[in-house]
Design a protein around this ligand. Structure first.
Ligand SMILES: [Zn+2]
Length: 107
């Protein structure tokens, strides 16, 4: 550690092994990036991890809010209702969507 600026946790710590075999700590800037949808990997724009806002303001309060985008959520709800109605089977659903559809349709 040593330097006062390294006592703060604003920089990420990375352990690196040097040529001589010693392990040293490197300090680098944290990556700030958008949270991504779990299926299509698009940016979730209304999701933040800021500590100054309340939990309900950090992500949408709908089902899969903060994990999936609105388009993928719409597809999943549609597929789940078709399974409940008996129009399609769970095996007809895309393999990426199946775990989410199962939580709604209780298959
Ligand atoms: Zn998506």
């Amino acid at each position: 550690m040593g330097l006062l600026k390294h006592k703060s946790r604003s920089l990420a710590r990375v352990q690196r092994r040097t040529v001589s075999g010693k392990t040293v700590t490197h300090y680098r800037a944290r990556k700030n990036d958008y949270m991504k949808c779990g299926i299509c990997k698009s940016n979730l724009l209304s999701v933040t991890n800021s500590s100054s806002v309340s939990k309900s303001s950090k992500r949408p309060s709908r089902i899969f809010g903060g994990h999936l985008c609105h388009g993928c959520t719409r597809t999943i709800i549609s597929q789940a209702s078709k399974i409940k109605a008996g129009t399609i089977k769970i095996n007809d659903v895309d393999i990426l969507l199946q775990p989410y559809v199962k939580t709604i349709a209780k298959v």
